[in-house]
Design a protein around this ligand. Structure first.
Ligand code: AP5
Ligand code: ZN
Length: 216
């Protein structure tokens, strides 16, 4: 089954997507990760989007739709997890067309609800492993040994350029203006499910599992 994880910056989309990859063999398609990869490998596109991303604005629909189009052709194991995509109505329409064209369907759209105050705490405390991509938090998910990734032992732990209060403000504005209309869009399509993203990581995972395991 293909699913969308929908929610504001810091809602926990990436954290839950990684679990679904591990536990269910699903394939995570994070446009944010793809864009950061393009930046670190220094491609033309990566250079073009770096400033936009650092400011917390959305990159163009054309670029992200192109990224998804490249990946979606080959069937995704036990289903794709769209993480951070779609983010505009135009992207949602494009995804619908891409899925239809490749004979695939959309299972659930899982909205992760978290209030703004919690988002600020989550984003300002986040760091990730530069080697394996594991996501941590200073308070809620620290590494077991200081400065060392639990998963792979790397000491290359990083903070994102857009994880500061100014960029976060912009990211939240973009979310409410351009992305939150997708909640109504998918509600009317009968696909929307919501989970309490404020619960702890295990409980959120449980709520998502319950949605995925519920008979169609
Ligand atoms: P993107 O990389 O998608 O970032 P985002 O949407 O801002 O989401 P985040 O990665 O910040 O948060 P998350 O929900 O994954 O939370 P996480 O699991 O890490 O996009 C970045 C930029 O790329 C955009 O601003 C834009 O410029 C561009 N872009 C990307 N896609 C685009 C698109 N489709 N169109 C246009 N532009 C696009 O968790 C956050 C923290 O909280 C972590 O520290 C984690 O450990 C902790 N945490 C997680 N869950 C819990 C919990 N339940 N309880 C306590 N702590 C928790
Ligand atoms: Zn690691």
């Amino acid at each position: 089954v293909n699913i969308i994880l929908l929610g504001p910056p810091g809602a926990g989309k990436g954290t839950q997507a990684r679990r679904l990859v591990e536990e269910r063999g699903m394939v995570q398609l994070s446009t944010g990760d793809m864009l950061r990869e393009a930046m670190s490998s220094g491609t033309e596109m990566g250079k073009k989007v770096a400033d936009v991303m650092a400011r917390g604005e959305l990159v163009t629909d054309e670029i992200v739709i192109g990224l998804i189009e490249e990946k979606i052709g080959s069937a995704g194991g036990n289903g794709f997890i769209f993480d951070g995509f779609p983010r505009t109505l135009a992207q949602a329409d494009a995804l619908g067309e891409l899925l239809a064209r490749t004979g695939q369907t959309l299972g659930a759209v899982i909205e992760m609800r978290v209030d703004d105050e919690a988002l600020v705490r989550r984003i300002t405390g986040r760091f990730t492993c530069g080697e394996c991509g594991e996501v941590y938090h200073d308070e809620t998910k620290p590494t077991k040994a200081e400065g060392v990734c639990d998963e792979c032992g790397s000491t290359n732990l990083k903070r994102r350029a857009d994880d500061n209060e100014d960029s976060l403000k912009q990211r939240l504005m973009e979310y409410y203006k351009k992305t939150s209309p997708l909640i109504g869009y998918y509600y009317h399509a009968g696909a929307l499910r919501s989970v309490d993203g404020l619960a702890d990581i295990e409980d959120v995972a449980g709520a998502i599992a319950a949605i995925l395991d519920q008979p169609a």
